[in-house]
Design a protein around this ligand. Sequence first.
Ligand code: RUQ
Ligand code: CUA
Length: 670
Amino acid sequence: MYSPGKLLSIIIITAVSSASLFSCKPKSAQSAISGDAAGKVYVAPGKYDEFYDFVSGGFNGQIGVYGIPSGRLLRIIPVFSTHPESGWGYSEETKPMLNTSHGEVPWDDLHHIALSTTNGEHDGRWVFANGNNTPRIARIDMKSFRTAEIIEIPNSAGNHSSPFITENTEYTIAGTRFSVPIQGNQDVAINTYKQNFKGTVSFIKVDPSSGRMNIAFQILTPGVNFDLSRAGKKKSHDWFFFSCYNSEKANTLLEVNASAKDKDFIMAVNWKKAEEYAKAGKGKMVPVEYAHNVYDEKTHSATSTIEKQVLLLDPKDCPDMIYFIPCPKSPHGTDVDPTGEYIVGSGKLAALIPVFSFTKIQQAIANKTYDGTFDGFPVLKYEAVLHGEVKKPGLGPLHTEFDNDGNAYTSMFVSSEIVKWRIKDVTVLDRVPTYYSIGHLSVMGGPTTKPYGKYMVAYNKITKDRYLPTGPELAQSAQLYDITGEKMKLLLDFPTVGEPHYAEAIPASKISAGSIKIYKIEENAHPFVSKGEGQTKVERKGNQVHVYMTAIRSHLTPDNIEGIKVGDDVYFHVTNLEQDWDVPHGFAIKNANNAEVLIMPGETQTLKFKADKAGIFPFYCTDFCSALHQEMQGYLRVSPTGSSVALSWGTGKTNPTDSVAKGATTSTKN
Ligand code: RUQ
Ligand code: CUA
């Protein structure tokens, strides 16, 4: 049996003796808030926030968009999860977005955000996000604030080290958290891990104009756990850095067994070389199955395609592509500073933070300054590539972000604080408590080549006493800090939806002007669109009934439908005819198994309704759209199977057929 004492002893050896792995509460839990804090976060009614903050929702599979500095929630974007507020995953059009090679997966764990960049600076086009459990990467369009594309990652398990991007968004990447048997027979004993389990890192090409993703190649790697990663910048542009733990290759009780070694690694991949090898035919096409789902804004519909092969590079055939850099101790974050020269490894069990120099890495490679090999790959000598070590930074370093003045900010999970240090001489400058147990942190523009600075947000794992109690689970805890001065200052607590992991903020001016207000009705290419009330109709095809319906303030057309029979599948294709900003209509029908849909101006969305009982089924608009919203309603009549009630429909005329058909009464039950 595992004993907590054993674990604790590991921590004591590696960290400071009084530490606990489960975090310690900062002493000054009351925390002095400076007198002008309220003024700094106050955004007056009618005024806008300075930044959009795209915050991972963690285990809710969504992204929350908040205004900074107010902390106000502006939008929830469903990504890997269904979302009742918008009908995401419920409408027939959006269902394919959640398809995978295992069928529909309506919920995932979304950890990390990457905003697209050009020359290392935010370009306001796309947000990338990872699905951790069923390995996937999503691309969200910043014009519509909608998920535009989801690609599943084959040969992967636990897509944690993802979806970080290269400087010009050439690639977004995916590193497996879990190594697993790759290709061939997968039915092997778990204790054959060392022989049979491998990792992969995948490079997904992003089309520079459309944003379309395609898996360009995957690289087979040793069977470690990849944790996080970052692309190089400027001078290190051609490189990608992946932190990995479990270089012990343990397959059970990793808590202890993956913490045995003093150092794990940062894996440095020359992706330019990998690209050349792929082009030169060094890879092998291998059979896989993965879903590629794309949402088309013209047809207002998603398609899901199952792809059948992927290009796999075996590094044995690709020399000088991969090097391992020793890094103490189970590194979590690996982060590259704005100049591209410094790579920070945050070993969560380490008592110091190593900072590596890209220049020295290049020299060590050129001079073959190696310290043996790992799985046949050269291991660079730690001292030869080290720029310096931040001494006694705190306990449990996880992630590092940067400002534009040569400073770094590292989150300390165990000691619940953020430590500010100077990169040049690796000197600690300031520390500030977080409440409590910070995971990621985010400086405005922190991962770009030109951070905006000004604010920093802590995304914490534990909330405890910060908000009014709400049962066993509390509001999630984000905290905003002012980093304009020498001392970091806490300004605001604001709760987030779902557990926040990484987040990235972008100046509002980079996206607000391009935000879509409506979909143009004349461009609507949905196969079941009605571009005006004159085009509405009801069509029967066997036991499928298609209702071409329109919604405009304040009626639905048609609003009386008869001739539906028990056993029919009724598809309500509702087109919102409005061409005015912020006027969605909703559609809901009594007893629908599939909830409701919400339709944006100019858009068509479909709700499927199974007619399984005879009777009258009212339907209505769910979004309060006008003074006569409550009048925006109608009736569907369902008659027994075999009934002779004719198909009829309309709005504004009395019952199109005789009220009660032969042999059927309104009280008839199936
Ligand atoms: S990783 S703290 Cu996915 Cu740090 Cu979230
Ligand atoms: Cu349309 Cu309420």
